[in-house]
Design a protein around this ligand. Structure first.
Ligand code: GDP
Ligand code: MG
Length: 163
């Protein structure tokens, strides 16, 4: 079976945008599990000769989930279960939020290899915005822009290196 890379993070940081850039048109069809909608979230990717599965955990919809934080937490739990490497995605425009810190704690406890991707770094003048993300405790953040694709290669370099 292919190794699995999961993209985790609170809503609106750009997970689906990056997911689509990684998979291109290699979307995988999966059956939903009872109580969990998981279609449209699995794809395959290839980078420097490695193939892998990718999961966009933000697309996992849990029936009866009321609070946003609860659903982000459950999505992260599913990702931790399934993934060999986790891409933890945050938003340079928003900075570090409480929900980011919540996800960071769960990921830290999981002891899975983590790559910290800072999205929405749309121009290099915004590089200063990435330093605060060191505080999440996952080392050097990888800046990227889903809007024009810059940095996605660096992200995949880092993720594939940890497989
Ligand atoms: P998700 O909820 O984490 O899956 O986030 P989405 O991929 O749906 O993106 C949320 C919003 O951020 C959308 O309006 C995207 O167009 C926007 N977005 C995604 N990537 C970037 C980026 O690199 N720069 C900017 N400025 N906006 C982005
Ligand atoms: Mg999404």
């Amino acid at each position: 079976a292919r190794p699995v890379i999961a993209i985790v993070g609170r809503p609106n940081v750009g997970k689906s945008t990056i997911f689509n850039r990684i998979i291109g048109d290699r979307l995988a069809i999966v059956e939903d599990k009872p109580g969990i909608t998981r279609d449209r979230i699995y794809g395959t990717g290839e980078w420097i000769g490695r193939s892998f599965s990718v999961i966009d955990t933000g697309g996992i919809e849990l029936e009866g989930e009321d609070s946003l934080l609860r659903s982000v937490r459950m999505q992260a739990e599913l990702a931790i279960e399934e993934a060999d490497v986790i891409i933890f995605m945050v938003d340079a425009k928003a900075g570090v939020t409480n929900a980011d810190e919540e996800v960071a704690q769960m990921l830290f406890r999981s002891q899975k290899p983590i790559v910290l991707g800072v999205n929405k770094v749309d121009n290099l003048g915004r590089m200063d915005d990435i330093y605060e993300f060191y505080s999440l405790g996952f080392g050097e953040p990888v800046p990227m822009s889903g809007a024009h694709g810059q940095g996605v290669g660096d992200l995949l370099d880092a993720a594939v290196n940890k497989l």
